[in-house]
Design a protein around this ligand. Structure first.
Ligand code: GAR
Length: 201
């Protein structure tokens, strides 16, 4: 038996790709990606799911302005696929306390900074790297953590530091943090938690 994984996305899906590649390479061996949930119908991540034979469902945030209705639709899909573990990989919608409580210690997220720096409400995507460069930090990185009702506030699972270099732009820094940190620690953490969940089943 394996841990059934759903990956939540909103955009390009390079972290989803890292998870798919890690499953193929046997780095993720205790879990299987069963479903991709996208909050946007135009996310390129959906193409990645399709190209790899993974089912996907779109629950548009725009077309579901009511949080409860949005989450009910997501839960329906998760139940249908008997999902054990949710991996947020560039998912740009905030989940309610009701939702995070329902999946307590069963949702993980990758954030592109060393939490508790440059995180919380309003810090997502390029904004995180803009803030890090504006502050002048010499080291940033990525964090994988459990998701609770506080944005980026759950227990930390893995972190990896990445050096900032002269001439970095938010785009250059984002790419380096993805390559050197996110695409490594997200699959690693996914395996750690999938394995733990199997042992507890
Ligand atoms: C990633 O850098 C991820 O860490 C970040 O968005 C990007 C999504 O890229 N997530 C957040 O900022 C969440 N607060 P991807 O779609 O190519 O994986």
């Amino acid at each position: 038996m394996l841990t059934n994984i759903a990956v939540f996305v909103s955009g390009g899906g390079t972290n989803l790709q890292a998870l798919i590649d890690a499953e193929k390479a046997g780095i993720i061996k205790s879990g299987k990606i069963k479903l991709v949930v996208s909050s946007s119908p135009t996310a390129y991540a959906l193409e990645r799911a399709k190209n790899n034979g993974i089912d996907s469902v779109v629950v548009s945030r725009k077309e579901n302005p009511d949080q409860k209705a949005f989450e009910e639709k997501i839960c329906k899909a998760l139940d249908e696929y008997k999902i054990d573990l949710i991996v947020l990989a560039g998912f740009m919608s905030i989940l309610s306390e009701d939702f995070t409580k329902r999946y307590e210690e069963r949702i993980i997220n990758v954030h592109p900074s060393l939490i508790p720096s440059f995180c919380g409400k309003g810090f997502y995507g390029l904004r995180v790297h803009e803030a890090a460069l504006a502050y002048g930090v010499k080291v940033s990185g990525a964090t994988v953590h459990f998701v609770n009702e506080i944005p980026d506030g759950g227990k930390i699972i893995l972190q990896k530091a990445v050096e900032i270099k002269d001439g970095d732009t938010p785009e250059i820094l984002q790419k380096r943090i993805m390559e050197e940190a996110e695409w490594k620690i997200l699959p690693e953490a996914t395996e750690i938690i999938s394995k733990k969940m199997l042992e507890e089943k």
